[in-house]
Design a protein around this ligand. Structure first.
Ligand code: NCD
Length: 306
């Protein structure tokens, strides 16, 4: 039995197979419509979510399976003090696979150690978000035509943004990727990623504060919001929250083929006037998230569709 805690849990070849499966699902949805009949997905969300939870649910429903779960800690026995390990033991009796989001880093890993069903990390604190990374990889591959040989700007809250942490770990395995890390001083990438992931792997990267200084050379721009819920005080958040605002005027500095990604939700960091720009693919990205989660469920449940 396999779980998904980090994008590195899959080899590059396995990821290729998974992304190919997601592309086939996109082209032939009817072929997969009954693949998970009789199977149940549990979504255990101890933290707010719109896309991740609902795209997991849509994915399982599209595969003919059913879903159960909770969308906040208050509405589960966590409010009575139940541990994650007890909860997962019980959920293992009710469902065939589970997606868990938790504010504590490592909580899904603890769950996986006590689970008799596959556990998917749907975001653990400021740590990792592997299924968003699968979504990002599929989006880049589908919209750019390749995974590798590009300069990607990661912009915003690189300190607390788990989507960025997971994406960096995944991307360093592809050839010729140059990272430009764009953040305010206070929200720089944590040392454990800069040193242990980027430097240790001799990965090309540089850090910038001004988005304008990076924009002209980017093939991809990955915007993120400032992670309000991870700040210790509101004043710091208020000071940081509008540090970056991508608007039409700034986009004149960018390459006409540069893609703009965002895991969403967006707050102010991308002006809505950018949404109609053909380079903006963040809403498409949310759609790719359903195909990739369908592919992931099939892979972890070892369901083959001929
Ligand atoms: C992200 C997350 O939860 O980390 N959202 C998502 O799953 N698409 C990004 C965010 O909340 O900023």
């Amino acid at each position: 039995m396999r779980h998904l805690m980090s994008p590195l849990d899959f080899s590059v070849e396995e990821l290729d197979r998974l992304l190919n499966l997601a592309s086939d699902i996109k082209s032939n949805p009817a072929k997969y419509a009954h693949a998970c009949e009789g199977k149940k997905l549990a979504t255990l969300f101890y933290e707010p979510s719109t896309r991740t939870r609902l795209s997991f649910e849509a994915a399982m429903l599209n595969l003919g399976g059913s879903v159960l779960g909770f969308s906040s800690a208050d509405s589960s026995s966590a409010a009575k003090g139940e541990s994650v390990s007890d909860t997962i033991r019980v959920i293992s009796c009710y469902a065939d696979i589970c997606a868990m989001r938790h504010p504590k880093e490592g909580a899904p890993l603890v769950a996986s150690m006590h689970s008799s069903i596959p556990v998917i990390n749907a975001g653990d604190g400021g740590h990792q978000h592997p299924t968003q990374t699968l979504t990002d990889l599929l989006t880049i591959r589908a919209e750019k035509g390749r995974l590798g040989n590009f300069t990607i700007g990661l912009c915003g809250d690189l300190k607390f943004g788990r989507t960025v942490h997971s994406l960096i770990k995944a991307l360093i395995r592809y050839p010729d990727i140059r990272f430009v890390l764009i953040s305010p001083e206070e929200l720089r990438l944590p040392d454990y990623i800069r040193e242990d992931v980027l430097r240790k792997n001799n990965q090309s990267f540089r850090e910038e504060v001004r988005l304008e200084d990076a924009l002209p050379e980017l093939d991809l721009l990955y915007m993120t919001r400032v992670q309000r819920e991870r700040f210790f005080n509101e004043e710091d958040y208020v000071r940081m929250k509008d540090f970056y605002i991508l608007d039409k005027a700034k986009l004149t500095l960018a390459d006409p083929d540069m893609l703009i990604l965002h895991p969403l939700p967006r707050v102010n960091e991308i002006a809505t006037e950018v949404d109609d720009d053909p380079r903006a693919v963040y809403f498409k990205q949310a759609q790719y998230g359903v195909y990739v989660r369908m592919a992931l469920i099939l892979t972890l449940l070892e369901v083959e569709v001929c």
